[in-house]
Design a protein around this ligand. Structure first.
Ligand code: AIR
Length: 340
């Protein structure tokens, strides 16, 4: 079996987080390889593993590290393949590692997941591979149903068993709703490019400056896209209708402000990869933590704050796994940046 995913750990002490990734990949029956190499203690080993792994056909890299976690960024330096980063909690609650991984400069994005979320990194990697491997996609959909089923079951196992005199639960009739079936409203929504490869959802007009950076880079990569400004809280029906309308999109990009309801809302309604771009508001607060810190089962591949360009490059890297033309266009983009 040729591995499709390579997991690299910054240290043997990160193994517990890698176990979470391996549990998911074993379950999804996706072959993977695992190595230990430190960006700081053994930079040459990182380069060798990544270059040889890329030549051998690795499609997605997962870098797991704590402290000043420069490993995922170092991996990205040596491969055109998408890199997923998992920050590990060693000190400062893992915030040091998270910031080191997510805040990558253009054009070198890391698809960052939450602190210690090795499970979500594996699901995200499977979502990337599922774009060109229908069998893997179906397994991801089945896995997400399991996560959903757990929630239904806890109502039976935990809530139903509560024995208190004033608790009243029997007045609602809730069916076992299926994941991926939309509770779509009556409102029609303008969705001209329903065949676009990338759907960009922007929660509010103020974030359009960040969103325009995404479309500019996607144009240069010749990747078709559609963009909608729609808020999941103020226009819930429009939001769900739009996601349904864009059901052929391979990747969703959410431009997130406030409590990051945009990215959280998208990921609940699709099993395709979701990239999140956290924005800053007028007061200078940012929404990186609320974008990246997703629970197990529903990852959002988060890029740096306001870094729309990196979201587009990441989308390009994911789509380029089975499209060498995009690899060439990405190379040109990266060369141009270096020569500036
Ligand atoms: N690390 C290793 N080389 C560079 C970094 N940032 C990280 C490891 C681990 C932490 O440092 O990924 O999470 C502590 O490593 P150790 O080997 O001292 O236990």
């Amino acid at each position: 079996m040729t591995p499709k995913i390579m997991i690299i750990l910054g240290s043997g002490s990160d193994i517990a987080i890698a176990e979470k990734s391996m549990d998911i990949l074993d379950k999804l029956e996706i072959p993977y390889s695992l190595k230990i190499a430190s960006a700081h203690r053994t930079p040459n080993l990182v380069r060798e593993i990544v270059q040889q792994g890329t030549d051998a056909g690795i499609e997605v890299f997962i870098g797991i590290a704590g402290l000043a976690a420069h490993l995922p960024g170092s991996i990205a330096a040596y491969t055109p393949r998408p890199v997923i980063g998992v920050p590990v909690e060693v000190k400062t609650g893992g915030i040091d590692a998270l910031e080191s991984i997510v805040q990558m400069p253009y054009p070198s994005p890391i698809a960052t997941v939450g602190i210690d979320r090795g499970d979500n990194a594996a699901i995200l990697a499977a979502q990337f591979i599922g774009l060109h491997d229908e069998k893997v996609h179906k397994k991801v959909v089945a896995l997400r149903k399991e996560y959903a089923q757990k929630v239904y079951s806890s109502n039976e196992e935990i809530v139903q068993k509560i024995d208190r005199p004033f608790i009243q639960n029997d007045y609602l009739r809730i069916k076992n709703l299926e994941i991926n079936k939309y509770d779509v409203g009556e409102e029609d929504i303008n969705c001209k490019n329903s065949d676009a490869e990338v759907a960009i959802i922007v929660g509010r007009q103020t974030d359009m400056a960040t969103a325009k950076k995404i479309t500019a880079i996607l144009d240069r990569l010749k990747i078709s896209h559609d963009l909608k400004v729609v808020c999941p809280i103020r226009s819930t029906k429009k939001f769900t209708s739009y996601i349904k309308c864009m059901k052929n999109a391979k990747i969703f990009i959410g431009v997130s402000s406030n409590t990051s309801q945009v990215t959280g809302g998208i990921v609940g309604l699709t099993a395709r990869p979701v990239i999140g771009v956290p924005c800053t508001n007028e007061n200078g607060d940012d929404y990186m933590l609320t974008t990246v810190s997703m629970p197990p089962g529903v990852p959002v591949a988060t890029v740096g704050i306001n870094n729309g360009k990196n979201a587009a490059v990441l989308a390009g890297e994911i789509l380029s796994i089975d499209n060498p033309e995009i690899v060439q266009l990405l190379d040109k983009l990266k060369d141009k940046k270096i020569n500036l």
